[in-house]
Design a protein around this ligand. Sequence first.
Ligand code: MLT
Length: 411
Amino acid sequence: MAHINDNYLKLKAGYLFPEIGRRVKAFAAANPDAKIIRLGIGDVTRPLVPAVLDAFHKAVDDLARAETFHGYGPEQGYEWLIDTIIGKSYKPLGVELKTNEMFMSDGSKCDCANILDIFDLGNVVAIGDPVYPVYNDTNVMVGRTGEVDAKGYYEGVVYLPCTEENGFTPDLPREKVDIIYLCFPNNPTGTVATKEELKKWVDYALAHDAVILFDAAYEAFITEPGIPHSIYEVEGAKKCAIEFRSFSKTAGFTGVRCALTVVPEELMGKTASGERVPLNKLWNRRQSTKFNGVSYPVQKAAAAVYSEEGWKQTKEVIDYYMENARIIREGLKAARLTVYGGVNAPYIWLKTPEGMSSWDFFDKLLSECHVVGTPGSGFGPSGEGYFRLSAFGHRENVEEAVERIKKKWGK
Ligand code: MLT
């Protein structure tokens, strides 16, 4: 009989979102008349914008004729897409990147997980708490951790609490760590880091030869000026950071699948014998062997996001979601709930009323308001007593959900 990867058995429970789905399904089956509003998983609801759809259709038609047919593309992504993203999205920030430093993929979730392939298991990893659960769980899966304790912390991981006291931006670790996950704008708390805060991390990483894995999946939702959209806006970051970005939330590609990872040429790791090796080479080798690239029509659709018309339309959708975020934030405040986020991110992070646990609040909100959100404790032990609402819903549903919450708690 084949031996399994025992590390999988260390994982506490099922992945957060399927677990929520299971509870909602059970509630819906028992209450078929309930009009359930889903503001749980951050899944987009607006359709693809016309300019993107048009490019998508045309690219599919290209596949219908021998002269314009495309088979395997470059594993790293087509140069015309990469150069468009560099020119339209990084250059305006003052960030210069080379074509070979960007790798297109089918999602940031996969990239955040797959990047572990190029790092030794002996590295000490620091992870925010609460945070996107993929960072923690994938480290458990590869065997970098020991068992989980009663609180939900895995042995061997350095957790960086993100609390009300530190404004949900973690403090530097006291011990030396080798790999640091940062996510800004943050999922789940919706908070952002200023350039000074990011510089603190870059300085730490440079001083300790650490690598920052910077998840910028929500950068397009930043509304306030002066907040960095890329870690490379901080001097020296190319020597210590890998950045992940996604079309999922930015352009409604959760079902289409397209993302990118930047691994600068200057970024080095070291071998067991201390020799310095560029991580770009390793990631390129990994992708060339294990990945065959994003499909041609999807990359054409992604490029269209950056056409003049495409970006105008895309920005309108982003603004729609951010107006939802404002409605949720203001509405919950009016219900005298304590809320964070929702200004530079499509997530609203609220303190559960009456000291309820995150899952108790989930059950109450579902059973009494028929509204689905995400329990903060699902993102890490420090998320206990908090709850996340997503702004990606339909406007009328968002408004109705807020009214139901106000009715319940706003007295
Ligand atoms: C979330 O709700 O946190 C996200 O949708 C998860 C993801 O992007 O994979």
